[in-house]
Design a protein around this ligand. Structure first.
Ligand code: FAD
Length: 391
């Protein structure tokens, strides 16, 4: 289908919405982006971008900018929380040298996408909050200001609490997983190398990796607990609560936690993958369609993949609704598998029983010695998937 002259409104200027704007504009669509915030700013934290997400950035012409803004991850290291020494070190430069795993500050990622969107002549309209979405003909947005906006196609890239998802699927019932995550960045004055380190403890784990030329360290600290925190980064917590929860960790993680000021606190909820991704000429992508727990670091990567596939299917199909069906069929099985992998991952780091933990760590150690390539390649189905080559 020729996208020239087709008016597409994207709700949400997050990673998914901005990438979709670029991919659709490149195929000739008349795109605009509506964002509820007064500025395109991002919570100060890092994300990991794996090769499957980076492939989309490359196809959008942003490889150079992305590589300049990000750090290449050289290794993944698993360590016990209170002992010296590593349980497992996976050397990515040796065992996956053809793949580039990267760390990037979310704000830098959003900046590079937003700059490209503006350079492509796409209008990002700020302070535009969508109240509800009507998938009739034409599909229409009802804004909180009372205004109504119609288009040939509406794309809801409006994140976790998406009005577009609600219009297509009704309200869903996420449930608290019994885990909270703190996120913070601290100065890298311990000289943390270009690697992801995971400290594993009973009922908790801490992930850290460097950002911004190694000047910062990104921290994600996950704790199992009964009481829950709201599902939003706008909640900050007293850093002493974080330190108290991890006070039995060894010197290196504690020295990082000692530098934390004003961390964000996030309740981790499980949402079902949306069963309906499109109705009439309204569709959803990214977290709006499939919020995921952070334990495979794939939320933003999946949003990038969605953006590419949506544009490709629209350009390929004879009509919008056929294209949206093809988009859902191509994406849903994959994101369901990734979300399931993330759901199953946390407990592996959180083993409580001493003997079970010791046995699991021994198995990891042995695996790292005997079959490191197999350990690295177990997630090839995620990382080597390349939507820009038709996967
Ligand atoms: C602890 C943690 C760590 C993570 N780490 C990683 C990682 O390492 N790698 C990775 O790939 N992913 C990671 N993620 C997930 C990733 O951050 C998200 O999956 C990704 O940002 C989703 O992008 P999106 O564009 O779909 O939604 P969002 O980034 O949420 O963007 C939605 C946009 O829509 C706007 N919006 C919302 N509602 C409205 C409305 N009504 N009207 C107008 N605008 C609206 C919002 O303001 C926002 O700008 C992590 C998540 C968590 C919780």
């Amino acid at each position: 289908m020729q996208l020239n002259g087709i008016k597409i409104v994207i709700v949400g200027a997050g990673i998914g919405g901005l990438a979709a704007a670029l991919a659709l504009k490149a195929r000739g669509a008349d795109v605009s982006v509506l964002e509820q915030a007064e500025a395109i700013t991002e919570v100060g934290a890092g994300i990991q971008v794996s090769p499957n997400g980076a492939a989309v950035l490359t196809a959008l012409g942003l490889q150079k900018e992305f590589e300049a803004a990000s750090i290449r991850c050289r290794a993944v290291v698993l360590a016990d929380y209170n002992r010296r020494g590593e349980v497992l070190r996976l050397d990515l430069m040796r065992h996956a040298h053809d793949l580039r795993f990267a760390f990037v500050h979310r704000a830098d990622m959003i900046d590079l996408l937003a700059d490209a969107v503006r350079q492509a002549g796409i209008n990002i309209r700020l302070l535009q909050k969508v109240d509800s979405v009507e998938p009739g003909s034409p599909p229409t947005l009802r804004m909180t200001s009372g205004a109504r906006i119609s288009a040939d196609l509406i794309v809801g890239a409006d994140g976790l609490h998406s009005p577009a998802r609600k219009a297509l699927n009704g309200s869903s019932n996420p449930f608290f997983t019994g885990q909270v995550a703190w996120r913070a960045t601290v100065p890298n004055d311990i000289g943390l190398a270009d690697e992801a380190r995971v400290f594993m403890a009973p009922g908790r784990h801490l992930v850290c990796y460097p950002l911004r030329n190694g000047s910062l360290v990104n921290l994600v600290a996950v704790q199992e607990r009964r009481d829950w925190a709201a599902e939003s980064w706008s909640h900050s917590d007293d850093a002493d609560n974080l330190r108290a929860a991890f006070s039995d960790f060894s010197d290196l993680p504690m020295s990082l936690l000692g530098r934390v000021v004003d961390p964000g606190l996030w309740g981790l909820f499980r949402h079902p993958v949306a069963s309906c991704w499109h109705k009439g000429r309204v569709t959803i992508l990214g977290d709006a369609a499939h919020p995921t727990l952070p334990f495979m670091a794939q939320g933003a990567n999946m949003a990038l993949e969605d953006a590419w596939v949506l544009a490709e299917e629209l350009a390929r199909a004879p009509g919008i609704e056929i294209a949206l069906d093809a988009y859902q069929n191509r994406r849903r099985p994959r994101v369901e598998r990734v979300v399931a992998a993330a759901n199953g991952n946390a407990w592996k780091y959180h083993l409580r029983s001493g003997p079970v933990r010791a046995a699991a760590h021994m198995a990891l150690r042995l695996g790292g010695m005997v079959a490191p390539v197999r350990m690295v390649r177990q997630f090839d189905w995620i990382y080597r998937h390349d939507v820009t080559r038709g996967d």
